[in-house]
Design a binder for this molecule. Structure first.
Ligand SMILES: Nc1ncnc2c1ncn2[C@@H]1O[C@H](COP(=O)(O)OP(=O)(O)O)[C@@H](O)[C@H]1O
Length: 339
């Protein structure tokens, strides 16, 4: 009989909870119902599910948009954040938080850095300090990114897909000025959230991109992981592959981010949220791009979270409710590089 491969560790994933204590409503295109209030009940269900798993998850990835922008309108941002964090803290497992557009509708970067949504203190230090620390957090143009290794030869790299953005940064940020200029060049619409007539429909205000300084840092981290023969799972709010999402949800400069990841043989997968319908593709280099379904558009009787089982030879996603099961085999050629 063949021996079954060893289970190394497991981790949970949940995306786009977008909690608000308001009645259900439709998305912008009126195609999907959003269950703002019930999203908290689904989060509680996910927490209960993870708590009962036989093998306790090592950590949970929260892929961004934890509370909805409507909280800012209703001046309930901090109350709603606290309500959600209270549920999260009932699970005796560490969350790693990614920041999405709804974080910036509710909070400034300065507030986020001082909040429990900043999980960067959980970052691993590497020998080379330039790999460990991307930039000073106090600087108005710093980005929110870090990496950690929960298991020998595995690393998770959290990136900031709103580093270049017209939301979340204000004056005197140089990145804000650059981002607004770029957005207006690419999107001549009066409403910068509208993709009408755009050749590159991802250039809308509710998306963002990754700056040159962050790309340089990502490259350093991945080069170090290539050398150590680690397997890296990259995590961000915005998807970066057009076959894994509706193009309106892509990061502004997704091509640059994608080709950078593809140039490193250590990269196994890219996990994202933002597109509530979810999506998946394996790219030409065998990198798995998984976009997770959003809790906010999941009906009360269903669910939308998953647990990844990481084995010696593959990762197996066990989805709950609308999140599908998937087996993600590791890339075969570990020396392949992008053309
Ligand atoms: N096609 C569109 N045209 C104009 N504005 C849009 C369009 N789609 C979304 N928006 C606006 O952009 C903002 C973010 O959209 P939303 O669908 O709420 O994002 P998310 O999926 O992150 O919740 C909202 O203010 C929304 O009204």
């Amino acid at each position: 009989m063949e021996e079954s491969p060893a289970l190394y560790f497991t981790f949970g994933i949940i995306a786009d909870i977008q909690y608000a204590d308001i009645a259900n409503g439709f998305n912008y295109t009126k195609t999907r119902m959003r269950y703002y209030r019930n999203s908290l009940a689904l989060l509680k269900g996910a927490i209960g599910g993870w708590a009962e798993e036989r093998r306790k998850p090592e950590f949970i990835l929260q892929l961004g948009d934890l509370i909805d922008g409507f909280n800012a309108r209703d001046k309930r941002s901090e109350i709603s954040l606290q309500k959600v964090l209270t549920e999260i803290e009932k699970l005796d497992v560490q969350f790693h938080h990614v920041w999405g557009n709804h974080e910036f509708y509710n909070f400034s970067r300065k507030f986020l850095l001082g909040s429990k949504l900043n999980t960067k203190p959980l970052a691993d230090m590497m020998d080379d300090l330039t790999v460990s620390s991307p930039s000073s957090d106090c600087h108005e143009d710093s980005f929110y990114g870090y990496h950690f290794s929960p298991f020998n030869k595995f690393r998770f790299l959290l990136i900031d897909t709103y580093d270049l953005s017209a939301i979340g940064r204000g004056k005197p940020s140089v990145k804000y000025e650059i981002s607004l200029k770029l957005l207006k060049e690419k999107n001549p619409n009066e409403d910068l959230n509208s993709p009408t007539g755009l050749k590159e429909p991802q250039y809308v205000q509710f998306n963002g991109g990754v700056s040159g300084d962050q790309l340089t840092w990502i490259n350093r981290v991945l080069t170090s992981s290539d050398e150590k023969q680690e397997k890296v799972i990259v995590v961000g709010h915005l998807p970066i592959h057009p076959e894994a999402t509706d193009t309106i949800c892509l990061a502004w400069n997704y091509q640059e981010i994608l080709s950078l990841l593809q140039s490193h043989s250590c990269v196994l997968a890219y996990l994202a949220g933002h597109d509530h319908d979810g999506g998946y593709c394996a790219d030409i280099f065998g990198i798995h791009h998984v976009t997770f379904k959003g809790v906010i558009e999941t009906p009360p009787e269903s669910q939308a979270y998953g647990t990844m089982y990481v084995y010696e030879d593959k990762m197996v996603l066990k989805g709950q409710g609308h999140v599908l099961d998937r087996t993600l085999h590791y890339r075969e050629t570990r020396t392949q590089t992008a053309q």
